[in-house]
Design a protein around this ligand. Structure first.
Ligand code: ATR
Length: 275
């Protein structure tokens, strides 16, 4: 079985490490490789995958949106999102999916029960592609109280409207003043990502004790957003779980086998610490 991830740049991707371990563990004869593909090579690369009998591939920055025009079909949720991270090739046809939102949800389920997530007062920071995917998955799962805060508040308001959420759209300073009202706060922005590790989207030291701060960032493993939340007595969840579960969902689509995720979270965390 031939699999790959395409991106530009791609050398820091942990996907080959993860998928090759899973194939090994499940005795699947195959290889998952990282291929650096510049935007002008994208179309040609997809032809190559089809002609060489690849089972599928992952798509990362900067191709998640542009890949869509080169696919034969697209899953409804990925179409709404306008972004694809997983492609399945069957009978020479490429179908696009997006496993990021459900990957985040699976990760959240390692920290909170189904009932807790459905009843939680949830605050999403950011209103871009990542926010849209995560919010869509949380809503489909049955989360009933979701608000969105964004630097550009108009985008948060439109996303709340577009998704028909019961919560409100607001700017980041209003969100910071309301932090005591939320049980789960999710950072979907890139604020705090390496090398800007001292930045944070809002000051989470005002969070409620026992609440959960979740970041989609995993470099660094503990962002300022998470560290300040911990100092307030909140629980924290970094982006490694989301990364592993988005990969596990893709792996299941390609192989019809369910890979082990808990051990993989530990393995990737250890690998990140060594780098
Ligand atoms: P992605 O697909 O990763 O979500 P995106 O669609 O470009 O990327 O969205 C980036 C998000 O991070 C946006 O919500 C953006 O806020 P704006 O809509 O106001 O641009 C947010 N973001 C990026 N840099 C930020 C910063 N320095 N401070 C606050 N928010 C920031």
């Amino acid at each position: 079985m031939k699999l790959a991830v395409i991106g530009y740049p791609i050398r820091h991707s942990k996907s080959p490490f993860m998928h090759n371990i899973w194939m090994n563990e499940l005795n699947i004869d195959g290889q998952y490789e990282a291929i650096e593909v510049s935007p002008d090579q994208l179309e040609q690369q997809i032809h190559f995958f089809k002609e060489n009998n690849y089972t599928g591939f992952n798509v990362t920055i900067p191709h998640k949106e542009n890949v869509i025009q080169h696919l034969d079909d697209i899953d409804e949720a990925a179409k709404d999102l306008g972004a694809v991270n997983t492609v399945l090739i069957k009978n020479g046809k490429c179908t696009g999916y997006n496993t990021d939102g459900n990957g985040f949800l699976q990760s959240l389920l390692t920290k909170r029960s189904e009932a807790e997530i459905r009843q939680a007062r949830i605050l999403i920071l950011g209103a871009g592609g990542a926010a849209k995917g995560i919010t869509g998955s949380l809503k489909s799962f049955g989360a009933s109280q979701i608000s969105i805060a964004n630097r550009t508040s108009a985008k948060a308001v439109s996303l709340v409207d577009a998704l028909g959420l019961t919560g409100e759209g607001m700017d980041l300073s209003k969100a910071q003043n309301q932090l005591q009202d939320y049980d789960i706060v999710i950072n979907t922005t890139s604020v705090g990502m390496f090398p800007h590790i001292h930045q944070l989207p809002i000051d989470t030291s005002f969070m409620k004790k026992g609440a959960l701060a979740a970041d989609i960032i995993y470099n660094p493993l503990r962002t300022q957003f998470l560290l300040k939340a911990e100092s307030a007595g909140a629980d924290s969840l970094n982006g490694i779980g989301m990364f592993v579960f988005q990969g596990a969902l893709a792996f299941e689509m390609w192989t019809s086998r369910k890979p082990e995720a808990a051990e993989m979270i530990i393995k990737i965390t250890d690998k990140m610490k060594q780098e």
